[in-house]
Write a protein that binds this ligand. Structure first.
Ligand SMILES: [Zn+2]
Length: 479
């Protein structure tokens, strides 16, 4: 356990950290009388400014949602981080050296290393993005993006980059900047072979993966060339002291505000899907990074959705590129967490297009429509199961009831079962008692551990077959 931060250092952070500067990163502030600034509240939806900051007092307050506090509570709320994480972020930004009550030497070492690994990622991100924009070598990467409707502004918004094919460009760049080779290996940016250090990502398009505060902690890299010695279409940063793949969500730093204010989250399957969704106006879109959607991801989203608070229920929409994948994921969701499943919705596009493809073929409006027309996960699971049965025949209705019975029997909240049974009986066209009889005689599926099946990368984004006819607007600016 890290030691407690010394009280005097906490006080120093409060003193040094300019609340005006910190708030301005998130809110456009205007003068509102002596010593007072105002703007639109980042914590609730509003059209007229009721969020105020008094820099002289180091305080903020919103007259709309009645929240308020100091610079630390602002960072905690806006970045969804703990008190200690907020202090550490502010200390780093305003140059306060923190001391810890116990195990100070050890903790300082770990914190120092964390900072160095994040700094290496920040510089690497810059290097990759710059290379994408300027290097002739990166043309294939630019073509890839253009073919999917992404112009240079889109690439800049998501800081997409290109890792040169030489295999040593990044390591040389980072060494010249004074980074330690051991740190670069630990961060997963650089590998070591008998011939020396080499860039882990080579000849690939790279997406920076950021934590919730916006610090880059890893990369996702897509294969571009047939002669790439690594066959995997997507390579992601391996586990490191700053990167935990079961917890990170691509796009969360950009999506957290929309998720928190609308209490809606959209989970798509790939990096380009996140880009397409945001550009289409779905700013609450995130994706997992090379792993299935699991319990840690649920916990992360819940924290931002304020799942336990009163008000309209939180809602999470999953987009899948086909009924089969969606159904599998829906079934797993029930096993994972039924309260979560009850707030989950599924969207599958006609023809199984993902949001990136949908934006290309139908434009932004089609992507928004996909999300709006999502159906509750339970309904989706039942309806896709029933689709295999001919409900116009008595035989089909019986086999259909048997097929969906385990789904209803699996609803752990027994109080909810009668209602679901009634609903499903209506869909099938049978008496409630008939279905209920089958459900009560159906053994409950063993509660399996599992995930929701959403996957970024390897299985996604077919290499060929992505339409290239229409580009998402103004993408003629690439070299
Ligand atoms: Zn407010």
């Amino acid at each position: 356990m890290p030691g407690r931060i010394r009280d005097e250092d906490v006080e120093l952070v409060k003193e040094r950290a300019s609340i005006e500067d910190v708030v301005r990163d998130h809110v456009t502030l205007t003068r509102a009388g002596t010593g007072r600034l105002k703007g639109l509240c980042p914590f609730h939806d509003e059209k007229t400014a009721s969020f105020t900051v008094r820099p002289g007092h180091g305080r903020w307050h919103c007259f709309g949602c009645n929240e308020g506090g100091d610079v630390i509570s602002f960072v905690m709320k806006v970045d969804h981080v703990s008190f200690v994480e907020a202090i550490e972020a502010l200390a780093g930004r305003f140059g306060v050296q923190l001391r810890y009550e116990e195990g100070a030497a050890h903790d300082d070492g770990a914190h120092g290393r964390r900072r160095r690994l994040m700094e290496a990622h920040r510089v690497a991100e810059e290097f990759y993005h710059d290379t994408l924009l300027r290097s002739a070598d990166a043309r294939t990467g630019r073509d890839f993006l253009r073919a999917r409707g992404f112009d240079s502004a889109a690439a800049a918004r998501f800081a997409v980059g290109y890792a040169p094919r030489t295999g040593s460009a990044l390591v040389a760049h980072l060494r010249a900047k004074g980074f330690d080779e051991d740190d670069l290996v630990l961060a997963g940016l650089v590998g070591r072979s008998a011939r020396g250090p080499y860039d882990r990502f080579r000849g690939r398009l790279v997406w920076p993966i950021r934590d919730i505060t916006g610090a880059t902690v890893g990369f996702g890299a897509r294969r571009l060339f047939d002669d790439d010695r690594i066959a995997a279409k997507y390579l992601n940063t391996a586990e490191s002291p700053i990167y935990k793949k079961t917890a990170v969500l691509y796009g969360l730093d950009l999506a957290k505000k929309a998720i928190a204010t609308t209490r809606r989250a959209v989970v798509v399957e790939g990096y380009t899907d996140v880009m397409a969704a945001h550009l289409a106006g779905i700013e609450s879109a995130v994706a997992t990074c090379g792993t299935s959607f699991g319990a840690d991801h649920v916990a992360t989203l819940r924290r931002i959705l304020r799942d336990d608070s009163a008000g309209p229920p939180a809602r999470t929409v999953f987009t899948f590129d086909g009924d089969a994948a969606g159904q599998k994921a829906a079934m797993r969701a029930f096993e994972l967490d039924q309260k979560w499943a009850s707030q989950s919705y599924v969207a599958v596009a006609d023809g199984g297009q993902d949001p990136c493809e949908l934006r290309l073929s139908g434009g932004d409006a089609e992507v928004r429509r996909l999300v709006e027309e999502a159906v509750p996960m339970f309904e989706f699971a039942v309806r896709t199961t029933l689709a295999a049965h001919d409900l116009d025949t008595a035989e089909g209705r019986v086999t259909g009831m048997r097929a969906v019975a385990p789904i209803i029997a699996g609803i752990r909240d027994r109080a909810l079962r009668p209602e679901y049974t009634r609903t499903v009986a209506g869909w099938i066209g049978v008496e409630v008692e008939q279905l209920n009889d089958i459900v009560t005689h159906t053994p409950t599926r063993p509660a399996g551990r599992g995930d929701l099946g959403g996957r970024t990368g390897p299985t996604r984004l077919r290499a060929a077959g992505v339409p290239t006819g229409r580009s998402g607007g103004g993408s003629g600016d690439w070299a």
